[in-house]
Write a protein that binds this ligand. Structure first.
Ligand code: AG3
Length: 282
């Protein structure tokens, strides 16, 4: 919602909202799937919303995109083949491609318009799109995983919108069972899992669904995301046949690329469970 120079996302049922002061709306279109709007804000750079919900701002997207990618990629012993479901703004893709071991990334986004609009308004997030390892597909991610060859991916990253509409299926057991099959022996799936404060029921149901899909270990990490509901966000990881408690610490400390949020200390700290969440997940 835009009113009196402010863009506001009201957080349904939570009696709270985020507002950003906007200079102007620079793009507005209705794609086949959703309304895509771009605003220039006063202090958060460019903002993209989908159906009125904040997806990306220039200023804080690095936290989300780094935490959706590096913890999983530094936990897997040798991530070569990566699948990104959603992720149309390409911020996650850019982080994944920072890893030299990664040989091939398939990104499967339902709405091609999100990527085309991002190429224009978030060129830095799309800077790696021409990398020969990156393969962009515009189709349904649920079907893609269903059709994927067994054992064909090392890491699957589900960079989705909230669990409503077409994204709802990305949080369910049937989809996780397909991910399990599509993953290699040591494979890891990671999905954005909403706010620990507002959506702990969802996080709990994801844990249950991932365990039912046979994953051996499931863990949730959390990080600040000041423009998403409650300002606090999470990602939930599941690993096929090993624990998520250890990661390639040396490789992480010696990474040859820059990060702005993620490092080894953040990796360890992000998995520490707040007491209420720990109890909710028992
Ligand atoms: N994916 C997470 C979006 C969820 C935000 N929810 C909300 N604003 N109500 C964003 C895509 C970033 N690549």
């Amino acid at each position: 919602m835009q009113k009196d120079g402010w863009y506001t996302e009201e957080w349904a049922g939570q009696g709270s909202a985020i507002s950003l002061r906007v200079k102007e709306k620079v793009h507005d279109e209705q794609s086949v799937y959703q309304r895509i709007e771009i605003f220039e804000t006063e202090t958060f750079g460019t903002l993209m919303t989908l159906d009125g919900l904040v997806m990306v701002t220039d200023r804080d997207n690095f936290v989300y995109h780094e935490m959706m990618s590096h913890p999983a990629l530094f936990t897997h012993h040798h991530p070569r083949k990566v699948l990104i479901i959603g992720g149309g703004d390409c911020g996650t893709l850019r982080e994944v491609l920072k890893h030299d071991e990664v040989e091939h990334v398939d990104q499967v986004e339902l709405d091609e318009r999100v990527t085309r609009v991002s190429e224009r308004f978030f060129p830095e997030l799309c800077a790696a799109n021409d990398d020969p390892r990156a393969h962009l597909h515009f189709q349904d991610g649920i079907q893609w995983v269903k059709d994927a060859k067994a054992g064909s991916y090392d890491v699957i990253i589900v960079d989705s919108t909230d669990p409503v509409g077409p994204a709802a299926g990305l949080f369910g057991q049937a989809f996780y069972a397909d991910c399990y099959r599509a993953l290699n022996r040591d494979g890891i799936v990671v999905g954005q899992s909403e706010s620990p404060l507002f959506h702990s029921d969802l996080i709990k149901s994801m844990h249950e669904a991932l365990r039912q899909a046979n994953f051996l270990d499931v863990a949730t990490l959390h990080f600040p995301q000041c423009t998403y509901p409650s300002g606090w966000w999470s990602a939930t990881l599941a690993r096929k046949d090993a624990t998520l408690a250890t990661f390639r610490e040396e490789a992480c400390c010696e990474r040859p690329f820059a990060t702005r949020y993620y490092n080894d200390g953040i990796h360890r700290a992000a998995f520490a469970s707040p007491e209420f969440l720990f109890k909710a997940l028992l």
